[in-house]
Design a protein around this ligand. Sequence first.
Ligand code: SF4
Length: 484
Amino acid sequence: MLLLSSRNIKGDNMSRGTLYDKVWEQHVVGILPTGQIQIFVGRHLMHEVTSPQAFEMLRERKLDVKHPELTTAVTDHVIPTKDAARPFKDDQAETMMAQLETNVKEFNIPYCDVGSGKQGVCHVTYPEQGLLWPGSLAVCGDSHTCTYGAFGALAFGIGTTQVSHVLATQTMAMDKLKVRQIKVTGKLQIGVTAKDVALNIIRLLGVQGGVGYAYEFAGETIENMSMEERMTLCNMAVEGGARSGYINPDKTTYNYLKKTPNAPKDFEKAVEYWDSIKSDWDAEFDDVVEINVDELEPMVTWGVNPEQGITVSEKVPALELFEGKEKDEAIDALNYMGLVEGQDIIGQKVDVVFIGSCTNGRISDFIAAAKILKGKKVAVRTLIVPGSEKVDEKSKELGLDKVFIEAGAEWRLPGCSMCLAMNPDKLIGDQRSASTSNRNFKGRQGSPTGRTHLMSPYTAAATAIEGKIADPRKYLENKSGDLE
Ligand code: SF4
């Protein structure tokens, strides 16, 4: 929890040996007249929202997709999670899905169709399929593409115009980022998760703290995390302003990838290469930050960006702690969230609990939530939305769906659901939600006055039982803290 140090240690003329540098250099095609670097894209992943205009641009210019075999598409944002029968009731959602279906057929792009066992939120299903390997350079028209950095890939969210460039050329223009190593040490207490680590980092460094940087997450706490926990952490890198976040690959990465359907055929040779692209022990970073998490407690946000977070034991901060623009933002956030400075965050009533999204919609997240909800009843509307068809299947195999249904929660079909609410799952009016997603921006969950508190699946499950923000640790006494 403590910020131990923050120092700039890059010498201008010193050689570099970070994973970022090595992978970047291997993907450089050349320097463009604009001065930007043209980089080769190893894996282009798509979804229905940011791709239709990109395909239109291709058609207008009579271009083909350069490497359809390096491209994969899925529908996730608009898909209803209660009744996904076609045509969708929402015409716009139906149009987006139909457009993607037409586009993937016309351009011969592999598609993770509903019912194929591969549909799901892009950042949940693509890693499950083993499409991200260490040393890959991956892009997707979505900010949380940084999730894939958990595999030691360089992964960047891109805009629609860049999606069209990548489709047409398999390259794109980009400036190289600086690299900040965030070294996390200490042992997480039971009930404290990768999500809490992510919210803590953003609280300490700010939502703008990572602008211009890629974050390398390192240290014993990260090394001890499972792949799913690493994905949760890297997923939130962009919320701290970093365009990308990554973790050096290790045995945990290789053991995960080995079981995936797209694992390399000569796995040992691949591991040899993957080992070679790790940051060297003496690699130099543009900045290094050390954070200890021994005393970290479950985190929850009180405001309208992920930096505005506290632990469940803390009180909503007093306004006198802020100055200038930050103070104005805090006043605005408190007004919007209907909170007052100095009040306890624990015990704050909520109307809805959402457990899902590309941050926390994986099987380990549902195991964690089920650990708390088993044999209990939820006090408020609780949506539990698997991140993918595979998570849905595995949950059913483990009987987790029954645990949630018996607790009174709604078990849904895979999709983005209430994370962004581009589908029927929305907050209504000024409803307050406890959400395992990654953004608590104003109006994010579908209502312009809806209020979002970000938290981990443990904390969300405990909150569902009490109908108010709760400390999950009391529900975990005498239970294992392992997520997997
Ligand atoms: S779950 Fe949320 S953050 Fe993730 S891809 Fe979907 S809408 Fe975006």
